[in-house]
Write a protein that binds this ligand. Structure first.
Ligand code: MFK
Length: 130
């Protein structure tokens, strides 16, 4: 069996996972997700911890997709607006810089009408000899 099939965010084998799928486009990594009632904190609003998960995944997984082994060293999220349940979220991440083995990344969560509800910044640590 291939590795990492149980990732909470993207693993196809995880029965309670988000099962995200990704594509690269214009030096950016993208996925989408429609949160349901099981993903809310306050009624009608997506739980902030799960929004962090979306941002963490879209940034760190971009490096994984490039064949690098990397873990999140630092994650900062700015929740600009409530993220509603039941709308398709566009989540994207991109590289903004690198200092040694620390890759600096950014990401955002966008509603269908273009409203950015959350922004993320992360430092992702490359492992091994990369
Ligand atoms: C299908 C597969 C899915 C793939 C996508 C996965 C998405 C999920 C991504 C995750 O959530 S990964 C899980 C959460 N993250 C972790 O569990 C990481 C745990 N932490 C570590 O393993 C280590 O702390 C880490 C590798 C991040 C750093 O340890 P090191 O021993 O390599 O570094 P060290 O502590 O010696 O620091 C080296 C330099 O980096 C700097 N540094 C370390 N941590 C930092 C940090 N957090 N922020 C900024 N700088 C940092 C540190 O200051 C120092 O700079 P200087 O040399 O200039 O002094």
């Amino acid at each position: 069996m291939s590795e990492n099939q149980w990732c909470f965010a993207c693993g196809p084998c995880n029965p309670i996972g988000l099962k995200l799928r990704f594509q690269e486009e214009n030096n950016s990594y993208k996925t989408s997700f429609i949160p349901g009632p099981e993903h809310q904190g306050y009624d009608g609003i997506m739980h902030g911890g799960l929004i962090s998960t979306l941002l963490d995944e879209v940034m760190a997984r971009y490096l994984y997709a490039k064949g690098l082994t990397a873990v999140t060293a630092k994650l900062e999220v700015r929740y600009r607006q409530p993220t509603p349940i039941g709308q398709e979220l566009a989540i994207s991440g991109w590289i903004t810089g690198q200092r040694g083995k620390m890759v600096e990344m950014a990401g955002k969560v966008t509603l269908p009408d273009g409203t950015v509800t959350a922004e993320g910044k992360a430092i992702i640590a490359l492992k091994g000899d990369e």
